[in-house]
Ligand binder design. Structure first.
Ligand code: SF4
Length: 348
């Protein structure tokens, strides 16, 4: 008997154009039935590009000495929150590298000021921190926490994080801790990592489901030339189907299948997805996505938040307008309010 994992694996390997059209349609239909039709906007504030880690794919890794570092001040961050509110976004995402020099209290103060000033939900994405920090931030009013596991393949995970002794298991444990503290939890993966197999990618999607994630971020692997992984010569076009390609179509398949398996989750069109696809926002919205995260980081900082090379990341103006155009072109409207995860099945 075919298992769910086999079914996911077959879709991942599907190349027939007509079959894929039916996959996009199924994902869009399920999204329509299971979530609000509005597209929720989360204003992304990348407040620090300092990081103590050395993930082998990421341009923010501490060994990348070419990258100028920055850390925004609290008034700067509040100015971004003001823009989010003025544009009608329902939430902000405070994101940084693992910057151990910002104290839990300082982040707690940002959360408190935002929550006291604006009716915004606050999502944190600042990596692995002590549980006491997560507890403090929840007490200050943080609503959601994003912590990607990147890949469910433990061997590959260790290649991505060579100095991380605790491994993938710890990251999954932390997601459970965050859930128990009352956060909405989000995670995600990278599609087409060197050495990633189709079955491990299918396992990623099963883990999204088993964790009952509220938010799931999916993006293709985009090599960064100043990283160890980005300098490797990978044949993404291997014909034996063992290496997952890092193509736009592959990321689109993962997005669509994830919507089928996790119907109620909030699934954004990630910046990486939008970078890899021309008309990425429209394509994502037609393939099961229901969230977009426009960057509010001031341009001088934004170009230094260099996780991977992205022309979209360096665009200084018009991002909000382009996103609005994409939303209306997809026949949808921008959402209002915090845009919490749907729980339609829970009230039946
Ligand atoms: S992926 Fe995150 S933790 Fe790893 S180097 Fe980049 S910013 Fe730091």
């Amino acid at each position: 008997m075919r298992t769910k994992k086999d079914m996911i694996g077959s879709w991942l390997l599907e190349d027939n154009r007509h079959h894929l059209e039916s996959l996009w349609k199924q994902a869009d239909d399920i999204r329509r039935e299971s979530t609000e039709s509005a597209v929720h906007l989360r204003g992304l504030i990348e407040f620090s590009n300092e990081c103590v880690r050395s993930c082998t794919y990421c341009g923010l890794r501490c060994q990348n000495r070419c990258l100028p570092r920055y850390r925004m001040t609290l008034p700067h961050i509040m100015a971004c929150a003001e823009i989010a509110h003025a544009k009608g976004y329902g939430s902000v995402v405070l994101q940084s590298g693992e910057d151990q020099r910002v104290s839990a209290e300082w982040i707690g103060e940002i959360i408190r000021q935002i929550k006291d000033t604006y009716p915004l939900a606050v999502t944190l994405s600042v990596g692995e921190r002590p549980v006491e920090d997560y507890r403090l931030w929840r007490e200050k009013g943080a609503d959601r926490y994003l912590l990607r596991f990147e890949t469910s393949d433990d061997t590959l995970y260790r290649r991505l994080h060579p100095h991380d002794r605790s491994g993938l298991r710890r990251r999954i444990e932390l997601l459970h801790v965050l859930r128990a503290l009352g956060y909405e939890i989000g995670s995600g993966n990278i599609v087409g990592l060197p050495g990633q197999s189709f079955m491990s990618l299918a396992e990623d999607i099963l883990i999204f489901s088993s964790l009952d994630l509220d938010m799931i971020g999916i993006g293709p692997y985009i090599p960064h030339p100043d990283t160890p992984l980005g300098r490797e010569d990978i044949d993404f076009c291997q014909k034996d189907n063992r290496q997952v390609p890092n193509s736009d179509i592959m990321a689109r398949k993962v997005l669509a299948i994830t919507r089928l398996v996790c119907p109620e989750a909030n699934i954004p069109v990630t910046t990486a997805f939008a970078t890899a696809n021309t008309n990425g926002y429209e394509i994502g919205l037609h393939t099961g996505a229901n969230v977009i995260m426009p960057a509010l980081t001031p341009p001088d900082y934004r170009k230094l938040y260099d996780i991977y090379p992205s022309p979209a990341r360096k665009m200084e103006e018009g991002v909000h307008e382009r996103i609005m155009t994409a939303i209306y072109a997809a026949g949808r409207k921008p959402g209002c309010g915090p845009g919490n995860r749907s729980r339609k099945s829970a009230v039946q």
